[in-house]
Design a protein around this ligand. Structure first.
Ligand SMILES: Cc1cc2nc3c(=O)[nH]c(=O)nc-3n(C[C@H](O)[C@H](O)[C@H](O)COP(=O)(O)O)c2cc1C
Length: 372
């Protein structure tokens, strides 16, 4: 069976890299993102499409099943916030073999996105430049769309502060987060509190210790059953990470999603690669930073917090590395654009092979093993 799946994945990979991707990459990335969401929603919309999709993409292995903060994951590979901002593709993700999916970022008020272009490809650098600025249809509309859906993989709700003039100041911002959390309190399996949107005005407001305390105080008051994970910026200093950990210890925080995009353009040949001045970077350009944050937090907290590793995963090796650094789960976005949707299955199968090579019988034995 393992061999059949490997051959299946190689065929799909070949078709993606040689036929589909060259066509997709002729299309403007923003339009392509929109089309991918549309196709994903169609695939997820009926039983037959989902069944066929599963035949193409599924992979399961008991070595990958984990229970984390009370939630069962059939495999550790998920989709992070940003791909499906409005919750239209959840069933599509499910049948593509993802172990979990996170939708959003969702904000209490809808937002049409920042002025100008939102997305660029940096093909040679295997990265994307993103400047959506928390575009989404708003919490209530998205909730109405998903409330009746039977979702068979854990659903993370990525919550951010509305990027709108109406929401100004600290008090309003906190209320705004709370509104969205309340809307999804019956549907979310976990909440990702995004305190790191690099493209939103005041996106880093909750890096200030006092502000983060106040936000987490209000979330504590909700007495949520779900775990809370804070999504961190890739550009944090160790001092800033220490301060976030210190505050988190006193509140109902179960872990960290490491990391969001990077704004850092130092050492990049901006002219040669035609990198726009606005926006933030994903993929290869964020990988090292994300790895450093994972390693640092795992070591600093002695593995007490759940870490979801995201940033620059293009292969099973990249994912397994993040697991060894301390991530219990990983998320893949840019890698899937560049390498194809079979990557999810390839990563899962590859992780199992790495586990065997290292003499482990289950993925949880590999988590944080780099530090031993
Ligand atoms: C097009 C795009 C949109 C994104 N939008 C969001 C978002 O709304 N909220 C968020 O928390 N992260 C967002 N992200 C960041 C991703 O969730 C992820 O943290 C980052 O891209 C690193 O992973 P990758 O290298 O696999 O893409 C976005 C990323 C991309 C590429």
């Amino acid at each position: 069976m393992e061999l059949i799946i490997k051959v299946r994945n190689s065929i799909i990979e070949f078709l993606y890299l040689n036929i589909l991707k060259p066509i997709f990459f002729l299309i403007d990335p923003q339009i392509m993102h929109h089309k991918a969401n549309f196709v994903g929603s169609i695939i997820g919309s009926n039983f037959i499409f989902r069944f066929i999709n599963k035949l193409f993409f599924s992979y399961s292995n008991s070595k990958l099943i984990q229970k984390i903060n009370g939630i069962k994951y059939n495999n550790p590979v998920g989709i992070p916030g940003g791909f499906d901002k409005n919750g239209i593709m959840i069933k599509g993700f499910e049948s593509t073999g993802f172990g979990f999916c996170e939708i959003g970022s969702i904000t209490a008020l809808s937002y049409r996105g920042n002025k100008g272009r939102h997305l660029w490809r940096l093909v040679k650098l295997k990265s994307l430049v993103v400047n959506y600025g928390l575009k989404n249809e708003g919490a209530k509309k998205i909730y109405r769309r998903i409330k009746k859906k039977k979702i068979n993989i854990p659903l993370g709700i990525n919550v951010a502060r509305s990027n709108r003039k109406e929401v100004s100041g600290l008090e309003d911002s906190i209320k705004d987060y709370i509104k969205t959390v309340k809307v999804f309190s019956k549907k979310a399996k976990y909440f990702c509190i995004n305190i790191s949107c690099p493209n939103a005005e005041t996106g880093y407001m909750f890096l200030i210790k006092k502000n983060l305390k106040l936000l987490l105080n209000e979330i504590d008051k909700l007495k949520l059953k779900q775990p809370i994970y804070l999504k961190l910026s890739a550009d944090l200093t160790k001092k800033e990470i220490d301060s976030i950990i210190e505050v988190s210890k006193k509140h109902n925080v179960h872990g960290f999603i490491c990391t969001n995009l990077t704004k850092n353009r130092t050492n990049l040949n901006i002219k040669k690669h035609n990198i726009p001045k606005v926006g933030s970077l994903s993929g290869v350009l964020v990988k090292e930073k994300s790895d450093e944050v994972i390693k640092y937090i795992y070591k600093k907290t002695k593995g007490k917090y759940t870490i979801i590793g995201t940033g620059g995963i293009f292969s099973a090796k990249d994912a397994y590395q993040k697991i060894k650094y301390g991530a219990s789960l990983v998320q893949v976005f840019t890698g899937m654009i560049y390498n194809g949707p079979q990557l999810i299955s390839q990563i899962n199968q590859g992780i199992v092979e790495y586990l065997e090579e290292d003499g482990y019988t289950h993925v949880n034995q590999a988590i944080g093993s780099y530090h031993n």
